[in-house]
Design a protein around this ligand. Structure first.
Ligand code: PLP
Length: 355
């Protein structure tokens, strides 16, 4: 049995894979593949309506916040956010907590003025800056709630007095959040929600249409909202598989249940990293992510040997991102405690071997 610790695309529940594969051959007894049905068919309408409903229910999305299924990944949102929310002549505030935050900043600078309120680049992004202030005239404040590459996470929504925009690509649906606190949330699906190809955006509608800027239609949230994500052909299959995954999450008990599981999984792994003399974590303890656990070997010479042992045990995708090195165990919703325990066992076995 394999345990997939890959950072994204990544593990989804086995039953989701099974149902998804069945629908490729015969979708709901229609005699047609999910891959060939029209995005305007009543069958797909039921899928997109249910997917939206599940998001609204699981995350308690309030009225006034629209739910969109878009294409182009979170990276397209780096540009779409300032295009839609940063007024001509205005400015936006950003927190720099890593590669993805930096990319969002780079794109926003092409659209307007950006104030970077703080950065943890001085320590290779191993912590979350806390002491910063957001200019009161900023159109919005953007941050990355979970830094997939560095293994840091912001659990408490910053209170800034301006609309909050969050890139939640890698921790969406892993814990409870209060969506009403946000002006806009976006997430590429392929970290915790579904397969690659669809991007979730949750947008407070009253913030839109105020920039004085004319946008190409495809980059304007409003036509997508008006068309209920069917302005053009949406990623039908990615939305369908996301729906299956959201059903799985609901059946499990929703965010309260998954949050508790995620807390236990993360604690189990961090406890072992702290206990085991051969390994050490790379993120400061108070900012450690529950989704992406980054760690290294105390002795650099052990790195390749541990990866080899892990691979032999069916523990896949543990190699760290090149900007941090070492290892990264992504323990998204579908990675069970069994998988985490298998990794802990491998670390203990490695310790035995190197006594
Ligand atoms: C993966 C990731 C992205 C990039 O997502 P794409 O869908 O590939 O554009 C952006 N932000 C975060 C936090 C990520 O983890």
């Amino acid at each position: 049995m394999k345990h997939n610790f890959g950072a994204g695309p990544c593990i989804l529940p086995q039953e989701v894979f099974q149902e998804a594969s069945q629908a490729v051959l015969d979708f709901n007894g229609t005699g047609l593949s999910i891959l060939e049905i029209s995005h305007r068919s009543k069958e797909f309408d039921a899928v997109i309506v249910e997917t939206e409903q599940l998001i609204r229910e699981l995350l308690s999305v309030p009225q006034g916040h629209a739910i969109l299924f878009l294409q182009g990944g979170a990276s397209t949102q780096f540009a779409m956010v300032p295009m839609n929310l940063l007024p001509e002549g205005g400015k936006a505030a950003y927190l720099d907590t890593g590669t993805w935050a930096s990319k969002a900043i780079k794109e926003a600078k092409k659209i307007g003025e950006v104030a970077v309120v703080a950065s943890s680049s001085d320590a290779n992004y191993n912590y979350i800056p806390k002491a910063y202030s957001v200019p009161s005239d900023a159109a919005y404040f953007h941050y990355t709630s979970n830094n997939t590459i560095y293994g840091t996470e912001i659990f408490e929504t910053p209170k800034t007095g301006v609309p909050i925009v969050a890139d939640m690509s890698s921790d969406i649906l892993s814990r409870n959040i209060n969506v009403a606190d946000f002006g806009l949330i976006y997430a590429g699906a392929q970290k915790n929600m579904g397969p690659a190809g669809v991007t979730l955006a949750i947008v407070k509608e009253e913030l839109l249409g105020k920039t004085g800027r004319t946008l190409p239609t495809i980059f304007d949230y409003q036509p997508h909202i008006a068309a209920k994500s069917l302005y053009n052909t949406p990623p039908v299959y990615s939305i369908y598989v996301s729906m299956l995954n959201l059903r799985w999450l609901k059946k499990k008990g929703g965010l309260d249940v998954i949050e508790q599981e995620n807390i236990i999984k993360a604690r189990t792994l961090y406890d072992e990293i702290e206990r085991n003399p051969l390994f050490k974590g790379t993120a400061v303890a108070e900012d450690r992510s529950r989704m992406n656990v980054t760690f290294v070997t105390e002795d650099k010479a052990h790195e390749a040997a541990f990866l080899e042992l892990a691979n032999a045990r069916g523990l896949i995708g543990l190699k760290g991102h090149r900007s941090v090195g070492g290892f990264r165990a992504s323990i998204y919703n579908a990675l069970s405690i069994t998988g985490v325990n298998a990794l802990v066992d491998a670390m203990q076995e490695f310790e035995e071997q190197h006594k």
